[in-house]
Design a protein around this ligand. Structure first.
Ligand code: EPZ
Length: 422
């Protein structure tokens, strides 16, 4: 397993290219199952999760060909020969469950392993199941697999979601494109990745309106055709790198960054004393004082503050002036970065879904361990301003969601290096 070493104290200066969104690509890739014609995705991120999704799709008989070093993915499910998503692959990545809706719509049958829990929570699939059953699917759980059948095809319906689940909205949206009649998704997730998926499906011939709002309407069609689609910019990577100059000092331009992708997060940063300027190339970010100010954070479904930026924000608040309270409302166990930050001298008290952070002047380097994707990068961010050399182990978590983090931060002046196989 690789480690990353960071020596803190260097202000940052320069530009960081923001890649295509992992959480858009992971739902766009299974969309290839909805048509037997080729789907080409451009601006694809080069991440281990994308490779895992490729392996899953290939296990179903689909083709996934990375071109231009992985920035373009040429997909085709013309050779689809299985509807079974095996536990061995699904257990590595929850997003594997996004083949359920497309397989049901395309083949009328799917056997998909339950993902099992993960570090941040139990992550059940009840909302996915209820939603697809509303379209006429019969779904039962047997030996850890969801067995889904729609022998007569799917039929459009009005489907209220009890919670605006991103994945359930994506599975339902993809399935509805080939259902007979009209589907209305109520309390739909509104994330930019949903808007991106809908745009790709429309390019494939789907009839969708309202993506990005809580009410999405889909007129089912008989078949979808191929398309080429550009993956939207990754708003979580964007927010992550916006925090780097706030923590380390200096100024960084995040290329491809758009404020509308991170509006609530950017508002919070400005409240904390950060200057954010939209330039022609992206978002220019710098701290406008010696230390950021403490702010309170509550994570909510989009357009609220993203849960995927909570850990990174906490890293910044550890050295802010004053006391901040972070409330995590999306996942039941998403403060695992707190004990690691405390090892670096942070003052944090966690009680259930609330974390209280008393800002300190400086953190101190310490050996720390990555636990989940976003917690890992929060430790890297904290290390940028910590005294001494921080050793972050188990960085395979990082590689799931961040392209070459050491190259991107190193290019703007951070003292950071990866040591292979430690
Ligand atoms: C997506 O996960 C993202 N993953 C997550 O990003 C992100 O944190 C999450 O949305 C929330 O924004 C991808 O897009 C691949 P949910 P998803 O369904 O779809 C509960 C990252 O770091 N729930 O909106 O799984 C669930 O347990 C990852 O990139 C049910 O109870 O999120 C959670 O508490 C982490 N039943 C909450 O809803 C269900 O059937 C939000 O889940 C489904 C979800």
């Amino acid at each position: 397993m690789d480690s990353i070493y960071v020596t803190g104290g260097r202000p940052l200066k320069g530009q960081i290219h923001i890649a295509g969104a992992k959480n858009a690509a992971l739902t766009l890739m299974p969309a290839t199952l909805l048509s037997d014609e080729p789907l080409t995705l451009t601006n694809a991120p080069r991440l281990s999760d994308i490779r895992t999704m490729s392996v899953l799709l290939q296990s179903l008989g689909a083709e996934v060909q990375p071109l231009q070093g992985g920035q373009v993915l040429a997909l085709s499910s013309h050779g689809l020969n299985s509807t079974r998503a095996d536990y061995e692959i699904v257990r590595k990545m929850r997003a594997s469950n996004l083949v359920l809706g497309p397989l049901l719509a395309r083949e009328g049958h799917a056997v998909v392993s339950l993902p099992g829990g993960c570090a941040i929570g139990a992550r059940p699939m009840d909302i996915h199941i209820t939603a697809l059953e509303a379209l006429g699917a019969k779904i039962e759980l047997k030996d850890g697999y969801l067995h889904a059948d729609a022998p007569k095809g799917l039929k459009g319906a009005v489907v209220p979601l009890r919670f605006a689940s991103v994945g359930a909205t994506e599975n339902l949206l993809m399935a509805a494109t080939l259902a007979k009649g009209t589907t209305v998704i109520e309390n739909a997730a509104r994330e930019p990745e949903i808007v991106d998926l809908a745009a790709c499906l429309v390019a494939m011939g789907a009839q969708i309106s309202g993506a990005g709002t809580s009410r999405i309407e889909v007129q089912g069609v008989d078949r979808l055709h191929g398309a080429t689609h550009r993956v939207v910019t990754d708003r979580i990577e964007l927010g992550t790198y916006m925090l780097a100059p706030v923590i380390a000092g200096g100024e960084v331009e995040c290329l491809g960054g758009r404020r509308d992708l991170v509006a609530s997060f950017a508002d919070k940063l400005e409240e904390a004393g950060v200057d954010i300027v939209q330039t022609a190339a992206g978002l220019l970010v710098r701290r406008n004082g010696e230390r950021p100010r403490a702010v309170d954070v509550v994570t909510e479904p989009y357009p609220g503050f993203p849960t995927d930026l909570q850990a990174q924000m906490m890293a910044m608040l550890c050295t802010a002036e004053g006391t901040s309270v972070l409330e995590e409302r999306i996942f039941e166990n998403r403060f695992m970065h707190a004990p690691e930050l405390i090892r670096m001298g942070a003052q944090i008290e966690v009680h259930g879904g609330h974390a209280t952070v008393h800002g300190v002047k400086r953190l101190r380097a310490a050996p720390v361990m990555a636990t989940d994707l976003r917690a890992s990068v929060s430790l890297i961010l904290a290390a940028l301003a910590a005294e001494g050399e921080t050793h972050v182990s188990r960085v395979y978590h990082l590689d799931r969601g961040y392209e070459h983090v050491e190259d991107k931060l190193g290019a703007v002046g951070a003292a950071i290096e990866r040591v292979k196989g430690e």
